[in-house]
Design a protein around this ligand. Structure first.
Ligand code: ADP
Ligand code: MG
Length: 411
C-alpha cells in the first residue's frame, strides 16, 4: 500500500525560509553576510534572488574563505556550486586576466551548468572558458587566449589543452574537483593525476561530492592539504524529501508496468533511468509511439542534440525523459516530480544520484521515486537499502500484477 508520509519535511531549500525572506528588503542577505562575504557579492546574490544560504553553503563558505582546503559532501541539488564558487570569486583577483581557477567536472553538461552558475554569481566582467569535449576546441583556445580567469572543464579536454600547451596552469590558485565520486566512476583518476601535477602546490583545493567512497577519500588524501571535512549527507533527511518505492516485476512486463504507472501517477515530469544506451533507445521507441513530449538522452547522441533535449526538459516542454546514468547525472533539474528506475542502477551510489533529482530546492514538494526490481535483483535492492540506510517500501498497483501468475497445474 502506498502510504502518505506525514513527516514534516525537513526542507533544505533556502527558499522555504519564509521568516528571513519576508524582511529581506530592509536587511538584505543577513545570513549570507554572516558567512563573511563582501558587500559586492552580497549585492549580486540579492540580484539573482538568493536569500538564504543552503546548509552546505553555510558550512562550506566560511571555511573556504580562509583559504583552507575543504571537502564537502551533500546531495545533488543542494547548492554546492555556489558553496565553492563564492569563496573563489571572493579570493581571486578579478582585475587580473588569466587562469586563476580550474574547476574539473565529470561531464560537459555539468561543466556548462557550473559555468552558468558562476556567471550568475560573479561580476559581469568575469571571464570564463568552458573546456569540454564535443565542442570546438578552437573557441576554447580563443577564450583561454583572451584571458579566461576561470577554466571549467572535463579532465579529458583539459589534458588535451595542456598537452597542446594552450592551457597553462602555473598561475592557478584554486582547483575544484566537482562531483569527485562521479569523475572517479568514469575513470578520470589518471587524468586528474596528470592535471594536478601541473598545478602549483601553493593552491587551494576544494572537493565536492555527493558520496565519499574510499576512492574519493584517497583522492582527497593525495591532492589536498589537511582538508576540513564537511559532511551533510544526512541520509535520512535526504530520504524524507523523496518518497521511495520499489515494484516487483517480471523482466518482460516492465514496459507494461511503466505504461500503467504513468497512467496512474500522471506525473508532472518524469525522468526514467535505464542502465544502457540501447535500453534507453528501445524504451524511447516504444513510448514515443504512444506519447508526445517524450525524449531520450545518452552519451552516443551528438552534443547539440543533448543540449536541446536538456533544454526542452528543463523548460517543461518535454514531460518524460529517458536517460542513462552518466548523462542523467548531468541534468541539473531539481524540480522533477517522479523518478523511475526502469532498471536497477548498477552502482548503489547511482541510486542516490538518480533520486536526488526529485523534489530538491524545488517547488514540487515531495518527489517520488519508483524502482523496478525483478526477482533476481532482490540482492541489489538490499544493497541499495543498506547504502541509504532505510528500507524501501513495496508499491502495489491495485489489480494489476506485474508478476506473471504461475501457469495453472494442467497447463
Ligand atoms: P549541486 O551542485 O549541489 O547539485 P547546484 O549548485 O547545481 O547544486 O544548485 C542547485 C540549484 O539551486 C541551482 O539551480 C542553483 O541556482 C540553486 N541555488 C543554489 N543555491 C541557492 C540559494 N542559496 N538560494 C536559492 N537557490 C539556490
Ligand atoms: Mg554540482
Amino acid at each position: 500500500m502506498k502510504t502518505k508520509e506525514k513527516n514534516s519535511r525537513s526542507d533544505r531549500s533556502p527558499r522555504s525560509d519564509k521568516k528571513s525572506s519576508s524582511n529581506s528588503k530592509s536587511v538584505p542577505q543577513t545570513e549570507f553576510a554572516a558567512l563573511g562575504l563582501s558587500p559586492k557579492v552580497l549585492a549580486q546574490l540579492d540580484n539573482i534572488g538568493y536569500q538564504t544560504p543552503s546548509p552546505i553553503q553555510k558550512k562550506f563558505i566560511p571555511i573556504a574563505l580562509t583559504g583552507r582546503d575543504v571537502t564537502g559532501q551533500a546531495q545533488t541539488g543542494t547548492g554546492k556550486t555556489a558553496a565553492f564558487g563564492l569563496p573563489i570569486l571572493e579570493q581571486m583577483d578579478l582585475r587580473l586576466p588569466g587562469q586563476q581557477a580550474l574547476i574539473l567536472t565529470p561531464t560537459r553538461e555539468l561543466s556548462e551548468q557550473v559555468a552558468n552558475e558562476l556567471e550568475r554569481l560573479g561580476p559581469n566582467t568575469l571571464k570564463l572558458a568552458v573546456c569540454v569535449g564535443g565542442r570546438p576546441i578552437r573557441k576554447q583556445i580563443q577564450s583561454l587566449e583572451q584571458g579566461a580567469q576561470i577554466v571549467v572543464g572535463t579532465p579529458g579536454r583539459v589534458i588535451d589543452l595542456l598537452f597542446r600547451k594552450e592551457l597553462n596552469l602555473d598561475q592557478v590558485k584554486f582547483v575544484v574537483l566537482d562531483e569527485a565520486d562521479r569523475m572517479l566512476d568514469i575513470g578520470f583518476r589518471p587524468d586528474i593525476e596528470k592535471i594536478m601535477k601541473r598545478c602549483p602546490t601553493e593552491r587551494q583545493t576544494l572537493l565536492l561530492s555527493a558520496t565519499m567512497s574510499d576512492e574519493v577519500e584517497r583522492l582527497a588524501k593525495r591532492f589536498m592539504n589537511e582538508p576540513e571535512r564537511i559532511d551533510l549527507s544526512e541520509k535520512d533527511v535526504a530520504n524524507k524529501a523523496i518518497q521511495q518505492y520499489y515494484i516487483s516485476v517480471d523482466a518482460d512486463r516492465k514496459i507494461s508496468l511503466l505504461a500503467k504507472l504513468l497512467l496512474m501517477e500522471r506525473p508532472q515530469q518524469v525522468l526514467v533511468f535505464t542502465r544502457t544506451k540501447r535500453g534507453a533507445e528501445r524504451l524511447h521507441k516504444t513510448f514515443a509511439k504512444k506519447l508526445k513530449n517524450i525524449s531520450v538522452i545518452h552519451g552516443d547522441l551528438p552534443q547539440p542534440k543533448r543540449d536541446r533535449v536538456i533544454k526542452d526538459f528543463r523548460s517543461g516542454k518535454t514531460r518524460m525523459l529517458i536517460a542513462t546514468d552518466v548523462v542523467g547525472r548531468g541534468i541539473d533539474i531539481s524540480g522533477i516530480s517522479h523518478i523511475i528506475n526502469y532498471d536497477v542502477p548498477e552502482f548503489c551510489d547511482d541510486y542516490v544520484h538518480r533520486i536526488g533529482r526529485a523534489g530538491r530546492l524545488s517547488s514540487v514538494g515531495k518527489g517520488q521515486a519508483f524502482t523496478f526490481v525483478t526477482r533476481e535483483q532482490g540482492p541489489q535492492l538490499t544493497e541499495i537499502e543498506k547504502r541509504i540506510n532505510m528500507l524501501i517500501e513495496k508499491y502495489e498497483i491495485g489489480d494489476y500484477n506485474p508478476i506473471r501468475p504461475r501457469p495453472p497445474k494442467n497447463y
